[in-house]
Design a protein around this ligand. Structure first.
Ligand SMILES: *[C@@H]1O[C@H](CO)[C@@H](O)[C@H](O)[C@H]1NC(C)=O
Length: 309
């Protein structure tokens, strides 16, 4: 099949990574799957033109609103993959809610990453319940062999009290205002380093060389970075919010903290207790292998697109 996959493709973000993985799964069984950035199109008629011009036979969209709205009234069958913020945020907005309901009605199937996401969507649109599948994100890490921290940390300033400890924040600057706030704080904190996005293989290699991965997010989502750290045998310290608590069991597959004091205390216990570290790493790896299998994800999408024939 000639498939269109619509998603927000801003480089090195979660949706773009998911889109790339799904494309790879589908091309592995002979489909042609073209990724298009949802930000590049204004309305469904622009997408209708694209569909005729490129002779797409079926479509997929990530995010029920951002991607899905463009497929409203589509001539070709399509499936939807919930993005997270569609069900958590956009749903509160009346007009978006209406559009999302209409898109979901037209879709042949929808995919939720978690049971909870499915339940939220099904509570809103009960008629769609039976076509919502749960498929967690598949994780496969590929650390590059040639990664070298020194290339990145040449100008590092040693942390004053514990010079061997650094906090490195890596990622694209998405929101300029937030970026400048973070920059300013990081500049005043010795031992805290900000790095721009790097290729995924290098990122995996970098993570592998870290003592732990920290997630201090206060906003919801499902963190692929945490799952990748688990796959790379690196312990995770994450803020205790529902998105993180859904994938981490405290003191079992990682450590959950609620405030800075607890973060410091748990970090110290992790550093001083190699048996705790070993246990966490082993259990977390088993969890990712079992619940976030890349092979299962591949098979699921290869089967789901058959519904679009
Ligand atoms: C941190 O966790 C939140 C909530 O699970 C998630 O939305 C975010 O992407 C995560 N970020 C990283 C870098 O792990």
């Amino acid at each position: 099949m000639r498939l269109l996959l619509l998603a927000c493709l801003r480089a090195q973000t979660g949706n773009a990574t998911t889109a790339g993985r799904i494309q790879d799964h589908l091309e592995a069984v002979g489909h042609i799957c073209s990724l298009k950035d949802a930000f590049g199109y204004e309305n469904p008629s622009e997408i209708a033109n694209l569909i005729s011009a490129e002779k797409f036979e079926a479509a997929l969209a990530i995010h029920l609103y951002k991607g899905g709205r463009l497929l409203q009234g589509s001539r070709i069958p399509f499936g939807i993959i919930f993005g997270g913020t569609d069900i958590n945020e956009d749903i509160k907005h009346e007009e978006k809610h209406r559009v999302m309901g209409a898109v979901l009605e037209e879709a042949r199937f929808a995919v939720a990453f978690t049971e909870k996401m499915k339940e939220l969507a099904a509570a809103e649109w009960p008629d769609a319940r039976s076509k919502i599948y749960i498929q967690t994100q598949g994780i496969m890490t590929t650390p590059s062999a040639t990664f070298n921290w020194k290339r990145f940390l040449q100008n590092a300033e040693w942390h004053r009290r514990e010079p061997h400890i650094h906090l490195v924040i890596i990622g694209p600057a998405v929101d300029p205002q937030f970026t400048s706030e973070v920059n300013e704080k990081a500049n005043r904190a010795p031992g805290v380093h900000l790095l721009q996005e790097i290729p995924q293989d290098d990122l995996h290699a970098a993570v592998k060389r870290c003592f732990a991965v920290v997630n201090s997010s206060i906003s919801e989502g499902m963190s692929a970075a945490i799952l990748e750290a688990m796959d790379l045998d690196v312990p995770v310290l994450a803020r205790n919010i529902p998105g993180n608590a859904a994938i981490i069991r405290h003191k079992d597959t990682g450590l959950l903290f609620t405030d800075p004091q607890e973060f410091v205390q748990l970090s110290k216990s992790l550093m001083n207790d190699p048996s705790l570290e070993r246990k966490i790493v082993t259990k977390a790896k088993a969890y990712v292998k079992k619940h976030h299998s890349w092979e299962c994800e591949r098979e699921a999408y290869q089967n789901l697109v058959l519904k679009l024939q």
